[in-house]
Each structure stands twice: as C-alpha cells, then as structure tokens.
Design a protein around this ligand. Sequence first.
Ligand code: ADP
Ligand code: S3P
Ligand code: MG
Length: 171
Amino acid sequence: MKIFLIGFMGSGKSTVGVDLAHILGYRFIDLDEYIEQKHNLSIKLIFETKGEDYFRMIENETLKEVCSFEGDFVISSGGGTSCFYNNIDYMNRNGITVYLRAEVSTLVARLIESKVDRPLLWGKTKDELNEYIIRVLNERKKYYEKAQVIIDADNANPKDLAQLIISTVNI
Ligand SMILES: Nc1ncnc2c1ncn2[C@@H]1O[C@H](COP(=O)(O)OP(=O)(O)O)[C@@H](O)[C@H]1O
Ligand SMILES: O=C(O)C1=C[C@@H](OP(=O)(O)O)[C@@H](O)[C@H](O)C1
Ligand SMILES: [Mg+2]
C-alpha cells in the first residue's frame, strides 16, 4: 500500500504524513526531503541555482524512484508535484492519493509563518501571499481534485487528520 498526500503548500502534507506513517507502521518519505538528501542540496538552493524547471524534472524522477520501492509507504509530496509531468496520474496508478484540502485563509495563516522555506513565496507581503494562493490554487485544483480521497484539513490537528484518513480510506 502506498499513500500519497497531495495538496497546496501549507495544507499539512509533511506534518500529517509523519503521524499517518507512525500510526500505520509504514515507512515515511517526504519527497522534498528525499530530493534534498539525494542531491545534497536544499530545495531553496535547487530553485536558486538551477531553477524551477530543473526542480520539476528531478521531482518527477524522484517520485518514480520512490514508487519503485517495495513495501508500505506514506509519501508526502510537494505542493507542485501533482501539477507537473502527469505525476497525479502516476500516483493514482501506484497507490491511494489523499488531497488535504484547505481554505485560502488557513493556508495564508500557516504560510506567512513558514514562507522562508518555500522559494515560490519569497518576498511576498501578506496581501501578495493571499493573491498568489488564490490564483495558483485555482490553477492547481484540477490536479488536486483527481485525488481518490479528499480530506478537509482546516480544523483538525495532524493526528486527528491522520486518523480521519485511515477511517476514510478504510485501511
Ligand atoms: N492540521 C494542522 N493544524 C495546524 N497547523 C498545521 C496543521 N498541519 C500543518 N500545520 C502547520 O502548517 C505549516 C505547514 O505544514 P507542512 O506540513 O509543512 O505543510 P505542507 O508540507 O503541506 O507544505 C507548519 O508550520 C505546520 O506545523
Ligand atoms: O507548491 C510548490 O510548487 C512547492 C511546494 C513545496 O513543498 P510543500 O508543499 O511541502 O511546501 C516544495 O516542493 C517546493 O517549494 C515547491
Ligand atoms: Mg511539505
């Protein structure tokens, strides 16, 4: 069984993924962290020195690599993973996709605190962040909504969301 958490930056994929894998006793892979270790470069530096197109290429390669591993996994994707290279169809063929859906206001509140780690958000004021999220979420949601399971991720703590995923997916 492979469970892919997908959704916008700040929806909680990395946080909920740790709890979900822990409860299920599955291996946990955060795709961004895996890319950082494999290339010995931070996501920030990859964007800065090689650009987004290069990042999307290695993101696609790495997704395929981790999907080839044997065993049960929870994989927290990056916010853009689902939206490039037909990755969402690839994930749907290789496991169960769970979209952590969150309101724009939730995303703004979380991302204003942690935007330094996310190159696409650098330098944005709160208003610019709000506008960016509305626009990009609108472009991306057609990919996210291809997920097999959709979970509203605004009003529950990560452990409760992990339990909700388990009961919804019926693992
Ligand atoms: N369910 C939640 N409730 C409150 N805060 C959360 C929740 N999930 C994540 N967070 C916080 O939101 C921020 C972004 O979470 P993260 O897991 O990195 O999101 P993603 O991997 O989807 O970008 C972090 O500061 C995290 O602590
Ligand atoms: O939405 C995106 O395009 C990105 C999301 C990030 O992951 P998180 O969603 O875990 O922040 C990371 O992959 C990179 O900064 C690009
Ligand atoms: Mg993450």
